[in-house]
Design a protein around this ligand. Sequence first.
Ligand code: ZN
Length: 114
Amino acid sequence: MACDFCGSLKPAWSYTTKSFLFELGPGTIIRCRGNWRACDACKPDIDAGNFEPIIDRLEAGRKEQGQEVSASARANVKSYMEEFALHRQGEAVKHEPKPPAERPFEVAGNELIN
Ligand SMILES: [Zn+2]
C-alpha cells in the first residue's frame, strides 16, 4: 500500500472523492473513485492545494528506481491532483490502526479439538 500522491510506502490518511474521469494520456481515460491514500508528508501540501512539493517527492522516488519523469508527465500529474482537489469530499481521515492479521486458528469451543 502506498501514498497515492507521492508513492511513499507509509500512507496514514485517506481522502474521499466523488467519482470522476481523467484523461491519463491520448485515448486513455481512467475513472477515479473512492479512497485516496496520503502520507504524513503529503497531507499538509494537499490541504494547502500545493502540489509541486508532492510532485517533487514523486519524481525523487521515481528517480531512485531509475525512472525519469518528463515535463509533460509532471504537468499531467499536476492536473490529475487538481482534479482530485475539485472532487474531494471533506477532510482527510486518519487511518485506524490496522486490525490484527487473521489468526491462523479459531477457537472452536473450550476443549482442544484434534
Ligand atoms: Zn505522499
